[in-house]
Design a protein around this ligand. Sequence first.
Ligand code: FMN
Length: 155
Amino acid sequence: MKTLVVFYSRSGTTKRVAQEVAKVLNADVDEVVDKKPRNGILGFLIAGYDATKGKTTEIEFQKDPSEYDLVVIGTPVWNGRVTPAIRTYLLQNREKIKNAAFFSTCAGRPGKCLEQMEEILGKKPVLSKVLVRKRLEEGVKELVERLKALSGPIP
Ligand SMILES: Cc1cc2nc3c(=O)[nH]c(=O)nc-3n(C[C@H](O)[C@H](O)[C@H](O)COP(=O)(O)O)c2cc1C
């Protein structure tokens, strides 16, 4: 099964998880870059505002998801929501994604992020998982196990 791991990460946590997952699954990785500056206090505040308002943003990414059997998509949780970068990615690629698996990373309040991702994609992901930063290693292990169990035919 050909797998792509797509992620957006502002401060590196989601990136770490994505890289680890891709390594174990022998998958390709694609980073979604948000062209809007998200650093500093102002960047932080605007990030939360944009997520709350359900805003899209200008993004860059490299790989074509239609070439993969499974696309694993990871995002940080912002104000209980999906990030504008991953919202935009899903909107731009929903026709091209055959099977999706979602994960979010957060400080402990996952909100409606994964539900929003499902809504935007317009179909059920094969799995959804919240990873809490304090228990990241445990979360990654479980995510990888569940993804590995899917490596047979996807229902
Ligand atoms: C603007 C903003 C809003 C956030 N809102 C939440 C939240 O609602 N719930 C939560 O648990 N963590 C929240 N966080 C924390 C991040 O989700 C968490 O640190 C995540 O793992 C960061 O991922 P990254 O390092 O890949 O950017 C927020 C972080 C930012 C920058």
